[in-house]
Design a protein around this ligand. Structure first.
Ligand code: COA
Length: 157
């Protein structure tokens, strides 16, 4: 049984998620761009609004009724039947308990079964070995390393 579920992100969930958000250095190839996260209600509303597009579904990863992360299915191409997955848990307390693995599995199921995708793509910066491990664990195949990123793809069985 899953500890977590994926829900379509609402403005309220997004605000709750970002109130306790921490940026993770693992996703920054260039650490000069890294800065600790500062909550700003207006900026979160702007972020939420910017993500409401036809080519993206933004999910909240929810545990015990609270958001513990976000997961995007983005660059949804309904003709080519592919999209790209990205994920970020809320803070260090949420990491390392298997929730990222569970969320990625649920997202793949949603992409294949609900959206009718034939393939889901993902990429990580080179140093993000935790994310690479989880992607491979849930069924992504490593494709190539290019311009500082490792590219992955999961094809529907
Ligand atoms: C990447 C992320 C989604 C993974 O979710 P999570 O809940 O922390 O991961 P899980 O607990 O499900 O699984 C972690 C796995 O990685 C392994 N792991 C932990 N640190 C690792 C490391 N530095 N290198 C390789 N594997 C690592 C764990 O042993 C575990 O594997 P196992 O289940 O085979 O033992 C989450 O850590 C996160 O949000 N990180 C910050 C943002 C990010 O990196 N997003 C991905 C951008 S591409």
């Amino acid at each position: 049984m899953n500890d977590i579920s994926l829900c379509i992100m609402t403005r309220a969930l997004c605000q709750e998620l970002y109130r306790s958000w921490e940026n993770d250095p693992a996703i920054y190839a260039d650490m000069d761009l890294f800065a600790p996260y500062q909550y700003d209600e207006t900026a979160v509303n702007r972020y939420f609004d910017a993500k409401q597009t036809p080519t993206r579904i933004l999910f909240a990863i929810v545990k015990d009724g609270r958001p513990i992360g976000e997961l995007h299915l983005k660059q949804i191409d309904r003709e080519r039947k592919e999209c790209t997955l990205s994920i970020h848990l809320q803070n260090d307390a949420a990491k390392g308990h298997g929730y990222g693995t569970q969320a990625e599995k649920l997202a793949l199921k949603y992409a294949f079964e609900e959206l009718g995708m034939a393939a889901v793509n993902a990429d990580t910066v080179l140093k993000n070995t935790r994310s690479q491990h989880v992607l491979e664990k849930v069924g992504f195949q490593y494709l190539e390393e290019k311009d500082g990123f490792r590219y992955y793809r999961c094809v529907r069985n």
